[in-house]
Write a protein that binds this ligand. Structure first.
Ligand SMILES: [Fe+2]
Length: 137
């Protein structure tokens, strides 16, 4: 399954939008890598890049929210933590037993939902806020 970022997911802030594009592409590489080489070292490496980038993205996003006085910051932080927990759980499953096909399918579904939901829903609200307050574009 291919996970593609589409312009419909734009929030209207160049830095955040570019990070989202990168996030989708890292996620896609990870899932592709899992499908091809289940249980191999490269899967762990791909996972690590994805995880690192998720952390960086959330940090940057939260910093931007804080500096623009976004009232939804606390809610967004909780969403981020939930997402990061899921990503960590995925990491421990992988290091414990590699990736089986069933997990691959489940995890794919789960992460697509989370990722799309994150960008489509929670981040969109922040985008709206920035537009209203003149933060960007
Ligand atoms: Fe985001």
């Amino acid at each position: 399954m291919e996970i593609k970022w589409t312009p419909a997911l734009k929030i209207g802030h160049a830095v955040i939008d570019n990070q989202h594009i990168e996030l989708f592409s890292l996620f896609d590489e990870f899932v592709e890598g899992c499908a091809k080489e289940r249980g191999k070292v490269s899967v762990v490496e791909l996972y690590q890049s994805l995880k690192d980038y998720v952390e960086k993205h959330f940090r940057d996003e939260e910093a931007l929210m804080a500096s623009s006085g976004y009232p939804g910051l606390e809610k967004q932080k909780r969403e981020h933590q939930k997402f990061q927990r899921q990503v960590s759980e995925l990491g421990s499953t992988i290091s414990r037993q590699g990736v089986t096909l069933i997990e691959l399918v489940q995890m794919n579904k789960l992460l697509v939902n989370l990722l799309v939901n994150h960008v489509q829903d929670v981040d969109q609200k922040f985008g709206e806020y920035l537009r209203k307050t003149g933060g960007e574009e």
